[in-house]
Design a protein around this ligand. Structure first.
Ligand SMILES: [Mg+2]
Length: 122
């Protein structure tokens, strides 16, 4: 099976660098951005199977990025990875709006994220 293509967008450069290294080492095509505008451009260009999004980013929120992804690339699955916690309200709202998953940061392990990525596209 072909490995899912990924775009990851998070305003923490270290976090996206870690994701890039982890997934590239395992044979995935992954492109990353630490600015939402760059992430949107990447998603439009790459049309990835998976978009891994932060929620809180300066300028454009992950929320808005998902709205855009869903309208232009309905097949791209959105996985949020965020430290934002308001007791599950936002989690529920985004999952209801079509997010594939909503994971809490820090992630216990990238292996868990990889499993979700794999299952999302199988
Ligand atoms: Mg952030």
């Amino acid at each position: 099976m072909k490995k899912p293509r990924i775009v990851a967008v998070d305003d923490e450069p270290d976090f996206v660098a870690t994701l890039k290294e982890y997934f590239e080492l395992r044979g995935y095509e992954i492109n990353v951005a630490s600015k939402a505008v760059d992430g949107i451009a990447l998603i439009n260009e790459k049309k990835p199977d998976i978009a891994i999004l932060d929620l809180k980013m300066p300028g454009i929120s992950g929320d808005e990025v998902m709205t855009l992804v869903k309208s232009k690339h309905p097949d791209t699955k959105v996985i949020f990875v965020t430290a934002f916690d308001d007791g599950g309200k936002t989690r529920k709202r985004l999952l209801d709006a079509g997010a594939h998953a909503y994971l809490d940061k820090p992630l216990p392990s990238l292996k868990d994220l990889e499993e979700i990525v794999k299952k999302a596209c199988s």
